[in-house]
Design a protein around this ligand. Structure first.
Ligand SMILES: Cc1ncc(COP(=O)(O)O)c(C=O)c1O
Length: 384
């Protein structure tokens, strides 16, 4: 398999050089807008591109309000903060995620709790969530969901749209409603992905996007808080800009805030990247279809979008027949300059989260043993 796959990928990207997992592309107005930002001298926290980038994300996603932040972790931290997550709370999420999901929870003094993912989406499984809550939680007289063993408050659930594939959001929202828990979407990887026609990150009250260098569009570093309500958006803007009360010259801050505003120079890059987003999604979907055809009829299973979703296929994933095949594929491809990688080490194996409360994680562990992420750049070198 390895040598055939390497040949296939080299052929697709028409190169004998190193092939990265995901390279950014700047073929539109990036230079023009960034130079314009520099020439205006507004490169930092104020400038027209910040507002423009937020409006473009709102228009594309359908979010009521989008607030730009310095990175996706900051966006998630803000989203959780505004959802009311506070010290000693518990926040349920998936063990199969990038560490930033859990770091944002821990930054608030809260603790992550791990529940299994679904084989359909690789994101948080609604059945596993319901079963976990039925076994370990109850809702008290005040309507607060608590872990029975410790009486700790379960404040939020954070599903993550793994590799861009939307989770079963309606079912998750149903469970959260039944148990009085806020749902915050970690949509860092899923800009351009839709659940039943509606953009990911617009189902929960708050959610977070990332524009890190490896994402479908990039601002160098950057993120966005998406809010379903205008009032929440105003609050997100306030809290991410040091909670300064607008005034011509006075500096008054009415609460403790964060300095999370995305600089104008990064936002300029974001405005230009948004002009290419639709094209990137289409190219990624063509690339995924090519991979799917390549792996069909083999004992390697290419992971495809759930039938309720249109995915951005941010990072393509193949499931190998067993762990040896996974290790072999990783070794051979990386050894020959075609970058691949295993999925993240599961969060409950990391030293800072290893004592976290968790349910059964057998699907997450199965996924960890079988997944290999393969090159996914939408526009790179010879790729059409
Ligand atoms: C699932 C997930 N959550 C959060 C983040 C954090 O985003 P950032 O790197 O922009 O802080 C990322 C990406 O990096 C991610 O993949």
């Amino acid at each position: 398999m390895s040598s055939k796959l390497i040949e296939f990928i080299r052929d697709m990207y028409s190169t004998t050089e190193f092939i990265p997992l995901h390279a950014p592309s700047f073929s539109g107005n990036e230079r023009k807008y960034v130079v314009d930002a520099i020439e205006s001298t507004y490169v930092s926290s104020v400038g027209k591109y910040v507002n423009e980038f937020e409006r473009r994300i709102e228009a594309y996603t359908g979010a009521e309000r989008a607030v730009a932040t310095v990175n996706g972790t900051a966006a998630l931290h803000t989203a959780l903060y505004l959802a009311g997550v506070t010290r000693n709370d518990l926040v349920i999420t998936q063990a199969l995620t990038f560490v930033a999901t859990c770091n944002a929870i821990a930054q608030l003094g809260a603790k992550p709790v791990f529940v299994d993912v679904s084989k359909v989406s690789l994101g948080l499984c609604p059945t596993a969530l319901q079963e976990f809550l039925t076994e370990y939680a109850s809702v008290d007289k005040e309507g607060a969901c608590r872990l029975v063993a410790t009486n700790e408050r379960i404040r939020a659930v954070v599903p993550m749209h793994t590799f861009g594939h939307p989770v079963q959001i309606d079912e998750l929202l149903d469970v959260c409603k039944r148990w009085s828990i806020e749902l915050v979407e970690d949509a860092a990887e899923s800009l351009g992905s839709f659940y039943k026609g509606r953009h990911t990150g617009t189902h929960g009250r708050f959610s977070a996007l990332s524009f890190n260098g490896n994402k479908i569009i990039t601002t160098g570093g950057g993120g966005m808080v998406l809010c379903r309500k205008d009032a929440d958006g105003k609050r997100a803007k306030h809290i991410t800009t040091t909670a300064k009360v607008p005034h011509e010259f006075e500096y008054f801050h009415d609460e403790q805030g964060f300095n999370y505003r995305l600089p104008n120079i990064n936002s300029a890059l974001g405005c230009a990247q948004m002009e290419s987003l639709e094209r990137y999604v289409e190219k990624k979907r063509v690339l995924a279809a090519k991979y799917e055809a390549f792996f069909s009829g083999t004992d390697f299973h290419f992971f495809v979008e759930p039938d309720y979703a249109k995915s951005n296929y941010w990072l393509n994933a193949v499931l190998t027949p067993d762990k040896d095949a996974r290790d072999n594929l990783l070794k051979e491809t990386n050894g020959q300059g075609v970058m691949t990688r295993p999925v993240w080490t599961l969060m409950h194996r990391l030293p800072m989260f290893c004592s976290s409360v968790r349910g059964d994680l057998s699907i997450s562990e199965w996924a960890e043993a079988h997944i290999v992420n393969i090159p996914s750049s939408p526009v790179w070198e010879g790729l059409l």
